[in-house]
Design a protein. Structure first.
Length: 368
């Protein structure tokens, strides 16, 4: 009579053990909660200095002819304000062998209370226009600045000068010539572009010095790039479209008697602006023989900013011996808006042709 094999109980035990392991493995493979999955994938640095090296920090946009655009780069972080940012357009790689590149800084309009660095007059895609200039071998930036209701004058011009110094402090990184740059702006930006050009080194309009906190946190960072304080805020020229150049000849209040854009910008409150307030913000009062060339354009039907503003500035520059030219565009108003679409298009294209030709003649490779 055959007996049961003594191995069978052992085999049963082994099978039970394997079954238990498989069950445990199945449980561990079960889907985790959403929070657990996200937490497991999160990258965490050893301290907060790693903050900022995020996915958006590496975003770039490809434009025709090899130009790369980098949006929303912070050039200044002042405590109590939103970070001031700029868009950067780098020329095609083929210009690397041509030496450090000239640069152009565009400053937007909007009455010092609105607008944005990607808008200009009636151009539907302003970044694309700036990228086409970068394709000619220029490093191009377009900057934001504090609006009048955030901080009155001189905050906006200090921001522009901070952006100029930031760009020069990063000259090696972006392969640019710090001494071969220009400002360009329209309306309120035309005022700031002109003011930057005629106030090189003016202490009262200089940006605050670099502040680097002893302990960096997510909220507290260095206010601007290392080395920015060692840079000057001088430019080689300016292009100003229908800008304000002498506040003393304008009303600071609106039709209702309340402060208008100019009065808000100057911080006059409900009272009258003082003569000193008007003078400090007016490019015409800083003009001297050391100023760089300035190119002015204005429509003769402009009812937002009188043509006389550009005419007076041109006269002051010429009297000081500064190379300057004013082009009056007939039949159009502010932002090159004409009575017809065709008139607006023609004036807008004329403005680009003559302004970019002036830039080329002033800082282009032929004038190195």
């Amino acid at each position: 009579m055959l007996r049961s094999s003594p191995a069978r109980p052992a085999a049963t035990a082994i099978a039970l053990c394997v079954s238990t392991l498989l069950a445990t493995s199945a449980q561990s493979a079960a889907p985790k909660s959403a929070g657990e999955q996200i937490a497991a994938a999160a990258q965490i640095g050893k301290d907060v200095t790693a903050v900022g090296a995020d996915s958006f920090a590496n975003v770039s946009v490809a434009f025709p002819d090899g130009v790369r655009g980098f949006p929303d780069i912070a050039y200044q972080t002042l405590t109590g304000y939103r970070p001031m940012k700029l868009d950067l357009f780098l020329p095609p790689p083929r210009f690397t062998s041509a030496g450090p590149r000239p640069w152009v800084m565009y400053i937007h309009g909007g009455g010092w209370v609105g607008g944005g660095p990607r808008r200009s007059a009636a151009y539907q895609d302003w970044p694309k226009v700036l990228a086409s200039l970068a394709a000619r071998g220029y490093v191009v930036t377009t900057v934001s600045y504090r609006f009048a209701n955030e901080a009155p004058f001189p905050a906006a011009i200090q921001d522009v000068k901070a952006a100029i110094r930031w760009l020069k402090a990063n000259a090696a990184k972006y392969h640019l010539d710090p001494d071969r740059g220009m400002t360009w702006g329209q309306s309120a930006g035309g005022h700031l572009a002109a003011l930057a050009a005629v106030t090189c080194g003016v202490a009262a309009l200089s940006p605050p010095g670099r502040v680097a906190p002893a302990t960096t946190t997510v909220e507290l960072q260095a206010s601007t790039a290392a080395g920015a304080d060692a840079q000057n805020d001088c430019v080689r020229g300016a292009v100003a479209w229908f800008g304000i150049h002498d506040f003393s000849t304008l009303s600071m209040n609106g039709p209702d008697g309340k402060p208008g854009p100019q009065g808000t910008f100057l911080g006059c409150g409900t009272g009258a602006c003082t003569a000193e307030q008007l003078k400090r913000a007016s490019p015409v009062y800083y003009v001297d023989a050391q100023d760089p060339p300035v190119f002015l354009m204005h429509g003769d039907k402009d009812v937002t900013v009188p043509l006389a503003q550009s005419q007076q500035f041109e006269a002051a520059l010429k009297a000081a011996g500064v190379p300057t030219r004013l082009v009056v565009v007939p039949g159009v108003g502010h932002s090159w808006i004409g009575p017809t679409l065709e008139a607006t298009q023609a004036a807008s294209r004329q403005a680009l042709v003559q302004s970019i030709d002036f830039i080329e003649a002033t800082i282009g490779d032929a004038r190195k």
